[in-house]
Design a protein around this ligand. Structure first.
Ligand code: HEC
Length: 219
């Protein structure tokens, strides 16, 4: 991304953030944990797939290592804010780290399947993805202003290139795509690193990607 695009992106994100109250909504830590589990599970499945190319595997290992590094903290935050201790989940996190450290990726993926089915992401704010014109317009507009610069033609010689969001929408289970949208978009360091979008904006983006209308750039 060149400098002016980048500055434009920062300004728009800052403007969006200014319009959003900073309050951390109830259940936010719990959701953050469920998002992380769904993304981690998706990454482990990809790493376990023999068809995944070597460079991408390297990137996935980096992502999984860093996610497992912070997962325990997310469990603690969620337990504190829900006032519900999660000793079993802490044990699961320790097991996940052992499975990963010993290179047992299939075991890791299976364990994450199990955790994910016990800690599913609440999709009620996103489904059904009603493709009404205003959502499509909103999704397209956000994409063109804030995402396309990085996501349209990423450098594929990187371990973790910016993914093709239309391809993700067409191929991932909806809950995993929502989790990647919730966990994979970040604000800026100056204000907050949290995802700056409301659920409705995320739903608009998801609707736009699911429509597959990538060619419609005329506005
Ligand atoms: C500055 C460049 C940049 C911008 C702007 C950007 N992204 Fe990304 N995005 C990336 C990169 C690089 C990755 C891959 C990061 C990784 O895998 O660690 C990524 C990953 C993602 C992912 C996948 C996350 C995951 O866990 O698999 C989603 C979804 C995503 N971006 C959505 C968006 C959306 C929607 C926008 C616009 C609102 C956006 N991004 C703006 C660079 C960018």
């Amino acid at each position: 991304m060149n400098n002016s695009l980048w500055i434009g992106f920062l300004l728009i994100v800052a403007a969006l953030l200014a319009a959003i109250p900073p309050a951390s909504a109830k259940g936010e830590h719990d959701r953050r944990l469920r998002v992380e589990v769904a993304v981690l599970r998706g990454d482990a499945r990809l790493l376990a797939d023999p068809a995944t190319p070597p460079l991408r595997r390297q990137g996935l290992r980096q992502r999984i290592r860093s996610s497992l590094g912070t997962l325990g903290m997310l469990v603690r935050y969620a337990a504190q804010s829900e006032r519900r201790p999660q000793p079993e989940l802490m044990e699961q996190v320790a097991d996940l780290r052992d499975l990963f450290a010993s290179g047992n990726i299939h075991g890791l993926a299976r364990r994450l399947d199990w955790i994910k089915s016990n800690y599913p992401l609440d999709m009620s704010g996103f489904l059904p993805l009603a493709a009404n014109p205003s959502r499509l317009r909103a999704g397209q507009s956000i994409y063109q202003k804030l995402c396309m610069g990085c996501h349209q033609n990423p450098d594929r010689n990187q371990p973790n290139p910016a993914p093709d969001l239309f391809f993700l929408a067409a191929t991932l289970p909806q809950d995993e795509f929502a989790a990647r949208m919730l966990g994979g978009i970040h604000g800026v360091r100056l204000t907050t690193l949290q995802n700056p979008f409301s659920d409705e904006e995320i739903a608009s983006l998801m609707t736009f990607f699911a429509s597959g209308r990538r060619g419609q750039t005329g506005g």
